[in-house]
Design a protein around this ligand. Structure first.
Ligand code: FDA
Ligand code: NAD
Length: 434
C-alpha cells in the first residue's frame, strides 16, 4: 500500500480533467507536482464521441484518435503527453474515500494520495432502471453508456446480434443519438419515452416534431407516453423483450437505456457544501473548502449572465470550467485574481446528417422559424426564446459555422424584440444582423 503526495490532484480522468491538465501545462507545472487519478483505463478523451463516431458501422472512431483536446480544435493529448510533462496519470484507480479535512484520497486497493490542492472532476453516472426496481433490468444486453468500457460492450453486442432489434429507452440525448447510430448499424429500432415529445428539457413541441418526423422517415418507431416496467430474458439470461406500462411488449435483442445522469458527489458528501444536486462553487470553481475545486458536471456554479446558480452537464462547460479553475489556482499562487466565470450555455448534438446547436437559456415565449418539414431535402430551422422582451436563447438545425456564431451572439447580447410575428418572419436574418 503506497502513499504519495502531489501538489495538485485531479480526481477523475474525463473531459474536465484533460482540459485542466493542459491548462496546468500551459501555465507551468513542475514534474511530479500534478496527478490525474481515474477509474478508467485510458487517458482523458472526448466523451461525446462514444455515442456518435465510436459506434459507426464503418470507419469508427478509436483511441488514440479522440483523446482530449481535439474536440475543441486543440492538439490531442495521448498518454505520452502526460509523461513528457511529468504529469502522473494514475489509471484504473478508483478512489473510494475522500477525507477533505486531512487532504487525502484512498483508492480501492488501499493506496493513499495526499494533496495541497484538489480538483474534483468525477462527472456523472447513469441512472439505472434497477434503481427504480424495474423487473428483469439486470438481464444481459441491456446497456447504459457513460464510459469507454460501456461503449466496448455495446459494440460487441451490436456485432453479436447483427441486424437485430433494438429498443431504446429514453427520449433525451442518449435516446436520440443511440437510435440514430444503431439505425446506421441496420438495427430495427423502437424508442420508448414517457413524455409527449422527445428532449422535453430543451426542445419545444415544434422542434421535436421535426426530429420525430425525421426519425420516423428513417424507419425508427417511436412509442411515447409510457415507460418500460419489465424485461423478459431467455435461459441464457439474454434480454428478449421489453414490457411497457401500457401493456405492449416489444421484442428486443439489445436494449439501450438513457434515462438521465446523476452527478458523482458521493465521495465528498457532508464535507463540501452542495446545491442543486452538485458541489457548490464560486465563480472560480473553488468549493466551500479553500483549496478544493469542483469542475464539469459536478459543479453548481454562479451563472453570471442569469444571476443564478446552475449545474451544466455538457462538454463545453466541462472544458471551460476546468480551464477557469486552473487559471484561478495559478493566479492565487501569484497573489493575483482573474475575471469571474461568465458562461454562455452551449449545447449541441449530431445524429444522421443532422446537427444542431443551442445557446443561452430556454425560458419564456418561443418562436419557431424556417423550414422544419422533415420531408424537405434540406431542412433548416430554428427557434428563439424570448423573455421580458429580450431574446435569451437560440436554437438552429443545420447552421453554417457563421450562422451558429450568429445565434450564439444573439443569446449573449439579448437584443430586444417587440413583435414576435416579425421575429418569426425575419428568422435567421434577425440573428445574422446582430
Ligand atoms: P466525465 O464524465 O467526462 O469524467 C469523469 C471521470 O471521473 C471519468 O473518467 C470517471 O471514470 C472518473 N471518476 C468518477 N468517479 C471516480 C472515482 N471515484 N475515482 C476515480 N475516478 C473517478 N455533451 C455535449 O455537450 N455534447 C455531446 O455531444 C455530448 N455527448 C455525450 C455522449 C455521452 C455518451 C455522454 C456520456 C456524455 C455526453 N456529453 C455531451 C456530456 C459530456 O460528455 C459531459 O458533460 C462531460 O464529459 C463532463 O465532463 P466531466 O469531466 O465533468 O466528467
Ligand atoms: P437526458 O436527461 O437527456 O434524458 C433522459 C430522458 O429519459 C428523458 O427525456 C425521458 O425521456 C427519459 N426517461 C426518464 N425516465 C424514464 C423511464 N422510466 N423510462 C423511459 N424513459 C425515461 O439524459 P440521457 O439522455 O440519459 O443523457 C445522460 C447524460 O449524458 C446527460 O448528462 C446528458 O447531458 C449527457 N449527454 C449529452 C449529450 C449531448 O449534449 N449531445 C449526448 C449524450 C449524453
Amino acid at each position: 500500500m503506497a502513499e504519495k503526495h502531489f501538489k495538485y490532484v485531479i480526481l477523475g480522468g474525463g473531459v474536465a480533467a484533460g482540459y485542466a491538465a493542459r491548462e496546468f501545462a500551459k501555465l507551468g507545472v513542475n514534474p511530479g507536482e500534478l496527478a490525474v487519478i481515474s477509474k478508467e483505463a485510458v487517458a482523458p478523451y472526448e466523451r461525446p464521441a462514444l455515442s456518435k463516431g465510436y459506434l459507426f458501422p464503418q470507419g469508427a472512431a478509436r483511441l488514440p484518435g479522440f483523446h482530449v483536446c481535439v474536440g475543441s480544435g486543440g492538439e490531442r493529448l495521448p498518454p505520452e503527453w502526460y509523461t513528457q510533462q511529468g504529469i502522473e496519470l494514475v489509471l484504473s484507480t478508483e478512489i473510494v474515500k475522500a477525507d477533505i479535512a486531512s487532504k487525502s484520497l484512498t483508492s480501492a486497493s488501499g493506496d493513499i494520495f495526499t494533496y495541497d490542492v484538489l480538483i474534483v472532476a468525477t462527472g456523472s453516472t447513469v441512472i439505472k432502471l434497477s434503481d427504480f426496481g424495474v423487473e428483469g433490468a439486470n438481464a444481459n444486453n441491456i446497456f447504459y453508456l457513460r464510459e469507454i468500457d460501456d461503449a466496448d460492450k455495446l459494440v460487441a453486442a451490436i456485432q453479436a446480434k447483427k441486424n437485430g432489434k433494438a429498443v431504446i429507452v429514453g427520449g433525451g440525448y442518449i435516446g436520440l443519438e443511440l437510435s440514430a447510430v444503431l439505425k446506421l448499424n441496420d438495427y430495427d429500432i423502437t424508442m420508448v419515452y414517457p413524455e409527449p415529445w422527445c428532449m422535453p428539457r430543451l426542445f419545444t413541441s415544434g422542434i421535436a416534431a421535426f426530429y420525430e418526423g425525421f426519425y420516423a422517415n428513417k424507419g425508427i418507431k417511436i412509442v411515447k407516453g409510457t415507460v418500460a416496467v419489465g424485461f423478459d430474458s431467455d435461459s441464457k439470461g439474454d434480454v428478449t423483450a421489453v414490457k411497457l406500462k401500457d401493456g405492449r411488449i416489444l421484442d428486443a435483442d439489445i436494449v439501450v437505456v438513457g434515462v438521465g445522469g446523476r452527478p458523482l458527489t458521493t465521495l465528498v458528501k457532508g464535507q463540501l457544501v452542495e446545491e442543486k444536486g452538485g458541489i457548490k462553487t464560486d465563480a472560480f470553481f473553488e468549493t466551500s473548502v479553500p483549496g478544493v475545486y469542483a469542475v464539469g458536471d459536478v459543479a453548481t456554479f454562479p451563472l453570471k449572465l442569469y444571476n443564478e446558480l446552475r449545474r451544466v452537464e455538457h462538454v463545453d462547460h466541462a472544458r471551460k470550467s476546468a480551464e477557469q479553475a486552473v487559471k484561478a489556482i495559478k493566479a492565487k499562487e501569484g497573489g493575483q485574481t482573474i475575471e469571474e466565470y461568465d458562461y454562455l450555455p452551449f449545447f449541441y448534438s449530431r445524429a444522421f446528417d443532422l446537427s444542431w446547436q443551442f445557446y443561452g437559456d430556454n425560458v419564456g415565449d418561443t418562436v419557431l422559424f424556417g423550414d422544419n418539414n422533415p420531408e424537405s431535402p434540406k431542412p433548416k430551422f430554428g427557434s428563439y426564446w424570448v423573455k421580458d422582451g429580450k431574446v435569451v436563447g437560440a436554437f438552429l438545425e443545420s447552421g453554417t459555422p457563421e450562422e451558429n456564431k450568429a445565434i450564439g451572439k444573439v443569446a449573449r447580447d439579448q437584443p430586444p424584440v417587440e413583435d414576435l410575428e416579425q421575429l418569426k418572419n425575419e428568422g435567421l436574418a434577425f440573428a445574422s444582423k446582430i
